[in-house]
Design a protein. Structure first.
Length: 28
């Protein structure tokens, strides 16, 4: 479970940062 949850959390952080960047560049 650890090796699966670890990458998933990292992906979630990257996705959150990417989403924040997109929202900052393209205000909806």
């Amino acid at each position: 479970m650890t090796p699966v949850a670890r990458p998933r959390t990292a992906a979630g952080m990257v996705d959150q940062l990417f989403t924040a960047a997109v929202r900052h560049v393209v205000p909806t």
